[in-house]
Design a protein around this ligand. Structure first.
Ligand code: SF4
Ligand code: SF4
Length: 438
């Protein structure tokens, strides 16, 4: 086993300022529902569901509100007990306006009986009924696992690296439930028939690494501490670092026999499979430069972002809210948007980004730091071109959207956003930017 030896890493990338000190040591706090919850009726985007409750119904925590209406869909359950007031629509950071059930909590916290026993042939059914999602790639966990089985995947990698600044939800989850994470990892490894399982985590937290190693002793899981170089957390880069295997351009990790799952999916699987509970809360880092109580919060799905921010206590007017990491997240345009099950972070900044781009000074930093060896500045020029060659399209597809080129550019050129727009145009999709660095 590799443990604190030579640091495994990759060409390019950067060690970013981490901004994690204030949230890393603070225990996960559960936010009590203090007002109506606008619970999206689909766990992810447009996965179809059929409501099984009606206005006026009383529900308890964990009771299904909507059942899957397609094989790739999931159950949606009530995050707390209360009464269904009406059906409506609500804004979300990633999916825009979506249908929701408005649930007025009654404060009793009554929950559905947990089911701790399940048969192994009901494994995928259990994930569907409990609403387990994978935030990256963004799909239902049972679909991802079925795809991995069909592709003959033999390697499972759990990604607990969080190499973007501010993010500490994975770290807190490992500190607070290490044994259950290993247990859930073994269940998923068993379901896909993995021959080898690696659990990648930051090497800086040595005591935690030792704890995880001790929890994994005698199991199939190998704890692999890695440097927190960004974007080590990206599946393509992680596979390259750990297995020295390149994922071919335009192909998926499953095509090289590997499944990388984020720690958030393992946590949700632990709640579903080991605790027998429906997954109804998101665990997310709430941080930034203007909050009184930044930390990791366990938040009922459907909680308005504004209510969460009121609880955390802004210390200055918030100029920008980002859902996700500062380099890869999505700008939240509306504070009445709600927390969704796949939310990993909510970052608030008091200073709006005001880049003042000037001409490229040919410093070469973007080329030096690009983790997949591209020349971002030459890809920037494609935006003004009417036609994109096959070779250039390949280069656009090779970009993993890590945002590092924009971050390092001293000329403040919006490289990553321009590449993202051009890639969408080349693929025939919309060109509207959604990231924090448009
Ligand atoms: S966003 Fe794309 S081009 Fe820019 S550094 Fe990352 S991988 Fe390279
Ligand atoms: S980092 Fe910016 S200024 Fe430097 S070469 Fe790249 S685009 Fe030009």
């Amino acid at each position: 086993m590799y443990l604190f030896g030579t640091r495994q890493t990759f060409e390019g990338g950067l060690y970013l300022p981490d901004h994690k000190t204030r949230t890393a040591k603070r225990p996960i706090e559960t936010l009590a529902p203090t007002g109506p919850l606008m619970v999206p009726l689909s766990a992810l985007g447009e996965l179809p569901t059929t409501p099984v409750v009606a206005p006026g119904d009383r529900v308890i925590e964990g009771q299904p509100l909507a059942m899957p209406a397609a094989p790739e869909s999931l159950c949606v359950s009530a995050p707390t007990s209360g009464r269904i007031v009406r059906f409506d629509h609500v804004w979300t950071a990633l999916d825009g306006l979506v249908p929701c059930a408005v649930l007025e909590p009654d404060g009793l916290g009554e929950s559905a009986a947990v089911r701790r026993q399940w048969e192994s042939d009901l494994f995928l059914t259990e994930l569907v009924e409990k609403g387990v999602v994978c935030p990256n790639p963004r799909k239902a966990a049972h679909v991802l696992i079925a795809e991995a089985v069909a592709a003959g995947v033999t390697e499972l990698i759990v990604n607990a690296l969080e190499t973007e600044p501010y993010l500490t939800a994975d770290l807190r989850t490992m500190v607070e439930m290490p044994a259950r994470l290993i247990e859930a990892t073994c269940e998923i490894a068993d379901a896909i028939g993995a021959l080898r399982v690696r659990f990648a985590m930051p090497d800086r937290h040595r005591r935690l690494v030792r704890r995880m190693v001790s929890e994994a002793a005698g199991r199939l899981v190998e704890i692999v501490p890695l440097a927190e170089k960004y974007p080590q957390c990206h599946p393509t880069v992680l596979i390259k670092t750990l297995l020295e295997v390149e994922v071919p351009i335009g192909r998926s990790m499953l095509d090289v026999g590997v499944l990388v799952v984020p720690l958030a999916m393992i946590r949700a699987a632990a709640e579903a499979l080991l605790d027998g509970r429906a997954v109804t809360h998101a665990v997310l880092t709430v941080s930034g430069d203007c909050l009184e109580r930044p930390g990791t919060y366990r938040v009922p799905v459907g909680t308005p972002i504004q209510r969460l921010l009121d609880h955390v206590g802004p210390t200055a007017p918030i100029a920008q809210i980002v859902s996700g990491g500062p380099l890869t997240g999505v700008g939240v345009q509306r504070p009445d948007a709600v927390v969704t099950i796949d939310a990993s972070a909510l970052l608030c900044f008091s200073r709006p980004p005001e880049p003042q781009p000037i001409e490229c000074i040919h410093c070469g930093w973007c080329v030096e730091d690009c983790p997949v060896g591209l020349e971002p500045v030459s890809l920037l020029q494609l935006e003004a071109m009417e036609r994109i060659s096959v070779e250039d399209r390949e280069r656009l597809l090779a970009c993993i959207d890590c945002g590092l080129c924009s971050y390092v550019c001293p000329s403040e050129l919006p490289l990553a956003a321009a590449i993202r727009r051009t890639r969408r145009r080349a693929a025939g999709g919309p060109t509207k930017a959604t990231g924090p660095n448009p």
